[in-house]
Design a protein around this ligand. Structure first.
Ligand SMILES: [Zn+2]
Length: 762
């Protein structure tokens, strides 16, 4: 080999090596992009400008066909055939440039322009050579479609608009896929002279160039004569469109600088925003500034509408805060989870009578909303009426630590304190939850019922069914003209109002949707008269009307038992043993491929107490109950066929139930303590002057005429008539208080007084 040949070979090798490594793997590395958030179909919900102040959407993978055709026919007719450079057009450009003495024609291919956009160098002949060299390398690495997409994503479209997607939204208010031929042609010619989009004489030239391209597209057979005619008539766009700005707080929570496709349904979102804005503006007149709403699709488990805070145009403190994600006091909104959990564990049956009598635990003395005690209330009714005192009695029976675990399993992420810190107030708003979490937890119950996977502690479908049935009965406030909320639909729903009227909640479910509403003030100040039922309830039902009509109600598990043959899906008894008591039932049904099992027990339930029937209960019915219902308590209130409540329950119950007859019995003591409860530990606060006023002890007697004689640790204290109250301040230590009536009936209660604490400290 001659020396010259060897040098040539080395040169070629160097060139090849240079060619192979000349191009960075990521051409546009370090380029900042706008944050783009789309709905479930890819429709734009909103965007935030890139960090360099450019509307540069994250790169796309493909280019819409009309735009691709228009671009190629305008810029680089042989794009699909050349290897990155087009020698013919380069020579032609060189010749005309030499003739004119400066650059008049680029002769650059689309590929070369991609290289130039990525490097941002001056337009000199030398740079053009480098671009041509790099372009061939890019062609070897990327497909023609990818190169087109790189071009479309980074081309300048005037002002701070970069890339086809941003340009389509800014100039036409639509996505690039939806552009007409005229619009596509305009965007194909614009990057050539980006400033010509601005008002001025450049616009005439832009229109002229666009029309010339349209004629060319017709001449080359891409569009027919009538399309051409229509396209030529289309005017250029006027002022840029504002980008969509839906689901603002949701968009703000998405990752920066990339495109994120969410589960939001844009059309529904727009309707929900219109409706919540209307409601919020009205509520603002009453001092309620903020409103949040969340809607989930039960079938997919996805969020399909999300209003972090309505009425964005009304600026007020905290209006940018996403309240749907903010932890707020839960009021009564968590009560259904306690009811369902207690049913599932057999703590209660659906209509078990719960105590509604005064409770005072170390100063925690919950009241019902109406400040009344009702003596005894069926659990389902207590839930529907949202009574606080029965809920606290139920939580005592079920256990606050267990409920806390249930709530965490249901997806409440903001219950971070310990069960002892929450105590029994957990069920009355002592814990905090977000609207988003709580709505999801309600949706989880429905998904479980429907046999869909869900993060939910509820596995017993019969317990879930009774919960939905109880929530269907939730009272709608009388003062609201429900006729204004058109065609009110059926929903299982619950309301909540936090202490100090700071939070008003309403969460409702149907077999297809879960809707959550929160009203209040982001800054936390309360509004008298604001309640979940009155304030959030109407918004809930208004939004429910926006959703497509769906199944009317949850499929009755009892229908599976009664008429399996009439069902549209296969339902076969897995086990059925009616001979034994209790009879346990189990069905497996597979509607639309979903496997669901319905298991329960058939048991006789006392009609009066809602508890398992004892031989003394005169009236009872046989019900399909949760599997563990047989663990639940047997009716203790019937003796010889007579329904008799303990004195404390009776004391309040009788005034709400005129039919109830107070009857004495030798078996049951006619008197009972209301306060304190057996085994309580009392902390008696000391006043500023050093005195300890003590606590008011209270007992009740069936007979209004009874006289009670009081004793503390054997020491006689005095007697009481009608209202049996006694103020006592025993010293620290263990004590027993005893009352005796005239017939010698005696009750005692043991309690402990903790060391007195001084109130001056707080
Ligand atoms: Zn009974």
């Amino acid at each position: 080999m001659s020396r010259r040949k060897a040098i040539l070979l080395i040169l070629l090798e160097v060139l090849l090596a240079l060619w192979l490594c000349c191009l960075p793997r990521d051409l546009f590395k370090g380029t900042p992009y706008a944050t783009v958030v789309t709905d479930r179909k890819g429709e734009l919900l909103g965007a935030r400008i890139a960090s360099d102040g450019q509307w540069r959407f994250p790169p796309c993978d493909t280019v819409p066909p009309r735009y691709a055709t228009a671009l190629i026919q305008f810029e680089d007719r042989y794009f699909r055939r050349h290897p990155g450079v087009n020698p013919l057009s380069l020579v032609r450009a060189l010749r005309s440039n030499l003739r004119e003495g400066h650059i008049v024609s680029g002769g650059s291919t689309i590929t070369m322009q991609v290289i130039r956009m990525s490097r941002g160098k001056e337009r000199t002949l030398w740079q053009k050579g480098v671009e041509a060299f790099l372009a061939t390398r890019l062609e070897s690495r990327r497909s023609k479609e990818e190169i087109l997409a790189l071009y479309a994503s980074h081309a300048p479209f005037g002002g701070n608009v970069v890339g086809l997607d941003a340009a389509a939204w800014r100039y036409f208010g639509r996505s690039a896929e939806e552009l007409s031929w005229a619009e596509s042609a305009m965007l194909a010619v614009l990057p050539n002279t980006p400033s010509s989009i601005h008002p001025g004489k450049g616009r005439d030239r832009l229109l002229e160039k666009r029309n010339r391209l349209l004629e060319r597209l017709h001449a080359r057979g891409f569009i027919d004569a009538s399309t051409l005619e229509g396209a030529l008539d289309e005017p250029l766009p006027e002022a840029p469109y504002p980008l969509p700005n839906l689901a603002r707080q949701y968009v703000a929570g998405q990752p920066q600088g990339v495109e994120t496709r969410t589960s939001i349904d844009k059309d529904l979102q727009r309707q929900v925003e219109d409706a919540t804005t209307r409601w919020s503006d009205e509520l603002a007149l009453g001092g309620i500034a903020d409103l949040a709403a969340v809607i989930l699709d039960i079938r997919t488990g996805e969020t399909i509408a999300y209003v972090g805070n309505a009425s964005p145009q009304r600026v007020r403190p905290g209006s940018e805060v996403d309240i749907a994600a903010a932890p707020r006091s839960t009021g009564s909104i968590l009560k259904p989870f306690l009811y369902c959990a207690a049913l599932q564990e057999g703590t209660i049956l659906p209509r078990t009578l719960l105590k509604d009598t005064p409770v005072n635990l170390n100063g925690f003395a919950p009241q019902n909303f109406d400040l009344q005690f009702h003596g005894a209330v069926p659990a389902a009714e207590a839930l529907a009426r949202s009574l606080n005192v029965p809920a606290v009695h139920l939580l005592r029976a079920y256990g606050a630590p267990r409920l806390l675990e249930v709530l965490r399993q249901a997806g409440l992420t903001t219950l971070t304190r310990s069960a002892s810190e929450y105590g029994l107030s957990l069920i009355l708003g002592g814990g905090e939850g977000t609207l988003s979490d709580i709505t999801r937890a309600y949706a989880g119950m429905v998904r479980r019922y429907e046999g869909l996977p869900a993060e939910s502690p509820f596995t017993d479908r019969v317990a879930l069914w009774y919960t939905f049935e109880a929530l269907k009965e939730v009272n709608r406030p009388d003062e609201i003209d429900w006729k204004l909320i058109r065609s009110v639909r059926k929903a299982a729903w619950k309301t909540g109002t936090s202490y100090g009227y700071r939070d008003a909640w309403a969460v409702g479910v149907t077999p297809d949707y879960a809707i959550g509403i929160w009203c209040g003030n982001a800054d936390g100040h309360g509004v008298p008269l604001m309640t979940g039922a009155r304030t959030a309830g109407p918004v809930l039902f208004d939004l429910l009307n926006l959703l497509p009509p769906s199944a009317d109600w949850f499929e009755d598990p009892l229908s599976l038992r009664a008429e399996p043959a009439s069902l549209s899906f296969r339902a076969e008894p897995v086990s059925l043993s009616l001979q034994a008591e209790p009879a346990s039932l189990s069905f497996r049904a597979e509607p639309e491929g979903r496997s669901r099992e319905i298991s329960g027990v058939l048991l006789d339930v006392c009609t009066a107490s809602g508890m398992l029937r004892s031989p003394d209960c005169p009236e009872y019915e046989r019900l399909l109950l949760p599997e563990r219902a047989s663990d639940s308590e047997v009716c203790p209130y019937h003796r010889d066929g007579v329904f008799r409540l303990p004195p404390a329950m009776e004391w309040y119950y009788k005034s709400y139930h005129p039919e109830y007859q107070v009857r004495s019995s030798r078996d049951v003591a006619p008197l009972e303590f209301l306060y304190p409860e057996p085994g309580s530990i009392l902390t008696l606060p000391r006043q500023l002057d050093g005195s300890v006023p003590g606590a008011v002890f209270q007992a009740v007697h069936r007979d209004p005429a009874a006289v009670l004689y009081w004793h503390l640790d054997q020491e006689y204290l005095g007697e009481t008539h009608l209202i049996h109250q006694m103020q006592l301040s025993p010293p620290p230590g263990k004590h027993t208080v005893t009352v005796v009536d005239g017939d010698g009936h005696t009750v005692s209660v043991g309690f402990t007084v903790a060391s007195t604490i001084s109130r001056s400290g707080d």
